[in-house]
Design a protein around this ligand. Structure first.
Ligand SMILES: Cc1cc2nc3c(=O)[nH]c(=O)nc-3n(C[C@H](O)[C@H](O)[C@H](O)COP(=O)(O)O)c2cc1C
Length: 405
């Protein structure tokens, strides 16, 4: 068990820097979809959610997935960046800053698994493709689409700065649009954006370069990327290492190596139980409901949870670049954090342990606890679009294995 003496001296609790941004410690709440933006507009509940996380002692909280364009909306109650939502976002950053933490926002486009109901448009992707997650077929992006989406990333970043976010996190992982360009499974293009790794990197790298040009030197541009899509014919670690170097060169200030493909291996990025029954209950589309009931167990593969499950692959990324690498994946305890720091990472991102208890960081620092009692039941994932992001143990009537009321 970790000694509590001299806890302040542990690297994890010392200040760190991403670009010109100074952070009070090295623990960042990762982007976890909150489902708190009805009509694509951030609610007061979303503000309170992040204020609460900030009050819990972490250095920075990440407002999860915000689409850069409205054809990049993936789920209900998700926001897309536009001038009308800036006052509400500014209230959010003010609330987080008052608690002494920084605020980051995850910007992305979901490409081929866009929710047609949200915008009435045919989804777009690197290549025409059937999406079983949505029962839809996307159209291949034209060169005009490619330029438009790149510019939307720039505009969304500028709006994030106007709302006083301290950092942006570009979503280039989890099978979102930039990751769809990188993945041989979704990118079958025959032009300069498909084929070789260099070509598949062209669009994601151009987006990162454009975002860097928009913000100038020093402003933190964090890039979340995949080390592994989680299936045959997807992106694998050797190509990810090259992608990491390319993103650094394009202007990323820090990288977050993650994994998985939302439309195909959605639980690979988290590991642990697959809450199929809760998923079916929360699904509103009757077709998807029936599909999940019949085939859910076969489609959504369960991958056992392990602490620090991405450490080996993330280390390969860290060794390939000079910019800070933020470790994510199965950080559950102070011991885990110390291990990650000893391996030379500069920061950690934590998802479920902070969903389970927003005071997790403060409790670690005060020696009140050493590890999280989240049992990776993943019911927070099934519930997020319905009730808003919450730990299942906090919903009346539900209990996690480790949780006693
Ligand atoms: C409820 C929930 C929602 C998530 N939503 C997002 C998201 O919107 N964007 C993202 O990049 N990752 C998302 N993730 C993945 C987490 O950020 C993180 O990569 C993953 O949970 C592994 O970290 P952990 O073991 O600390 O939870 C989500 C995870 C959970 C549990």
């Amino acid at each position: 068990m970790q000694q509590t003496n001299g806890i302040d001296d542990l690297k994890i609790f010392t200040p760190g820097k991403i670009g010109k941004l100074e952070l009070r410690n090295r623990i960042i709440r990762s982007g976890c979809f909150e489902g708190m933006s009805p009509k694509a507009t951030p609610s007061d509940e979303l503000i309170e959610h992040h204020r609460r996380v900030a009050a819990g002692g972490g250095a920075m909280t990440t407002v999860s997935y915000c689409a850069v364009s409205n054809d990049g909306l993936a789920f209900d109650h998700e926001m897309w960046m536009r001038p009308e939502i800036l006052p509400q976002l500014k209230r959010l950053t003010d609330a987080v800053h008052k608690e002494g933490a920084a605020a980051s926002i995850q910007l992305g486009h979901c490409g081929f698994f866009a929710n047609k109901k949200a915008n009435g448009k045919t989804p777009i992707g690197p290549s025409r493709k059937l999406c079983l997650f949505r029962y839809s077929i996307c159209r291949e992006m034209t060169k005009e689409d490619i330029v438009r989406i790149k510019e939307d990333f720039g505009k969304a970043t500028q709006m994030a700065i106007d709302a006083e976010f301290d950092a942006v996190e570009i979503h280039a992982g989890h099978g979102y649009l930039l990751s769809q360009f990188l993945s041989p499974w979704t990118n079958k293009r025959k032009d300069e954006y498909g084929g070789s790794l260099e070509n598949r990197l062209r669009f994601p790298a151009s987006v990162i370069r454009h975002v860097r040009d928009t913000v100038g030197e020093g402003y933190p541009v964090i890039v979340k990327m995949n080390v592994d899509d989680g299936f045959k014919n997807g992106l694998k670690i050797d190509e990810s290492v090259e992608a990491a170097r390319c993103f650094e060169e394009a202007g990323a200030s820090a990288l977050v190596p993650s994994c998985g493909f939302t439309a195909r291996t959605s639980f690979y990025m988290m590991r642990g139980q697959v809450p199929i029954i809760e998923y079916i209950k929360s699904e509103k589309n009757p077709l998807t409901k029936i599909g999940m009931a019949l085939f859910g167990r076969f489609i959504v593969k369960e991958v056992p949870f392990k602490e620090l499950f991405l450490l080996k692959q993330a280390k390969r990324i860290k060794d390939a670049v000079k910019i800070p690498v933020i470790y994510i994946g199965g950080v559950c305890s102070l011991d885990n954090m110390n291990t990650v720091m000893q391996q030379g990472f500069e920061f950690v991102q934590v998802g479920r342990a902070i969903i389970r208890d927003p005071d997790f960081v403060r409790k670690l620092k005060n020696g009140v606890t050493h590890s999280s009692d989240c049992d990776h039941c993943n019911r927070c994932v099934a519930e997020m679009a319905n009730k808003g992001l919450v730990c299942a143990a906090d919903i009346k009537g539900l209990k996690t294995k480790n949780y006693q009321t």
